[in-house]
Design a protein around this ligand. Structure first.
Ligand code: ZN
Length: 108
């Protein structure tokens, strides 16, 4: 292969489908006979689209008068933890995600 990195739409679609099916990066390269850079490019583009969609969802929820946390999770009774000490509301999904994150060493 030589020349630029133009990805044909059919290859792009097939990579997107493989990603959606949960195939690994390596698997996709082998299955579709494409180079890693191409796969990376397609995945990066997909991530961008997903991020934009996320923002839309958050805006939509706020527009509908729904309470959401800053990550767009609905602050409904099930997902909301109210701190008994100060009555502040916390998103349970974010709280769990925060707790899962590995601790950073030392001070910043
Ligand atoms: Zn949240």
């Amino acid at each position: 292969m030589s020349g630029g990195r133009r990805v044909s739409n059919s290859i792009k679609e097939r990579i997107e489908q493989a990603v959606a099916r949960g195939h690994s990066h390596e698997q996709i390269c082998t299955d579709l006979d494409v180079d890693a850079t191409t796969v990376n490019d397609v995945i990066a583009a997909m991530d961008k689209v997903a991020a934009i969609k996320d923002v839309f969802t958050i805006k939509q929820r706020i527009g509908q008068g729904q309470d959401v946390c800053r990550n767009g999770h609905p602050l409904d009774p099930e997902n909301t933890y109210v701190k008994p000490s100060n009555g502040k509301r916390e998103c349970r999904i974010c709280k769990t995600a925060r707790n899962k994150r590995p601790r950073q060493h030392g001070a910043a």
